[in-house]
Design a protein around this ligand. Sequence first.
Ligand code: SF4
Ligand code: SF4
Length: 344
Amino acid sequence: MAATGVVARDVIQAWGRILAGYRPNLSVEITKECPLQCPGCYAYGDSHLGGDVTLRGLSDFRGQELIERFMALIDGHRPLHVSIVGGEPLVRYRELGVILPQLAARGIHTQLVTSAVRPIPVEWAQLERLQIVVSIDGLQPEHDARRTPATYDRILKHIVGHQITVHCTVTRQQARQEGYLEQFLRMWQDNPHTRLIWVSLYTPQRGEISAERLTSTDRARVIADLRRLRLQIPKLQMLDGMLNVYARPPQSPEDCVFAQTTTCVSSDFERRIMPCQFGGDPDCNNCGCIASAGLEAIGRHRLKGGLQVGRIFYASLHVGRAVSRLRSNGTRDGLRAAEERSSA
Ligand code: SF4
Ligand code: SF4
């Protein structure tokens, strides 16, 4: 019951932000640097930022400048929820040591997505509303081959003292090995430093041909496995509604609650990543993003009387856009009036 109350409160808060013309979620690529070279990494893909520049070619910040610019971004967007991604956020762990407590003090829910390639400062475990999400793509042999130097040995050392969310993105290589996913889930269920386990499905770009891409048969099998395993593995947080979204993803970014409520910003803090955190031209029909599935599941939920939450949400989005236009017109008018006053 408590969890339902929290979710309801979060939805109402997010709804308020949408009506006021703000997007409640902000995702920030805090750095362009990463010591890993994962196959299938979308952040370093050629089309991630629209094609004219790649993440490695963009500027990024460090030190006091990063802290100030990051907090200015927060002031400008006033999000309820922030995802800090990369690159590898932990390459800026000193700056995060200042930023994360400030976000916690403001009551912002923060998700830090990391490979755990270096130690996660133990004092972060005390921060309220901070969720540390560690990307672990399969059992040790496959994970280490894909994600060295963020090997299992390092992860197991670096998460001590924390309660992490394990995040696995299932690729075709894993999907085709009988019992692989179950073995992975049971292993992390037994780790005392795991709080939750999330499973995404690899999301390709449209027209992508790659070793990671799942076929529709692969997807159906993984979804069926997750439906069965969620009843046996308590830390696996995959609600039925989310699995329904994996089975029938949004048709386009316009139909995607996540894309419509999240502003994604790259490492220069100016470049927007469109239409969602994947950038480029993502294949929505094969989306397997857990964040998208979670919000979409809320959007498809029917209230008493049969009305879908999503219907209310899209109507609110129209209102919010009008409010946002009025606000920016008002700001422009205000600036113009101030200029006229100062030149008079
Ligand atoms: S850790 Fe993330 S950003 Fe770095 S290469 Fe791997 S997928 Fe890309
Ligand atoms: S790829 Fe997924 S998260 Fe991105 S817009 Fe499409 S459905 Fe939404």
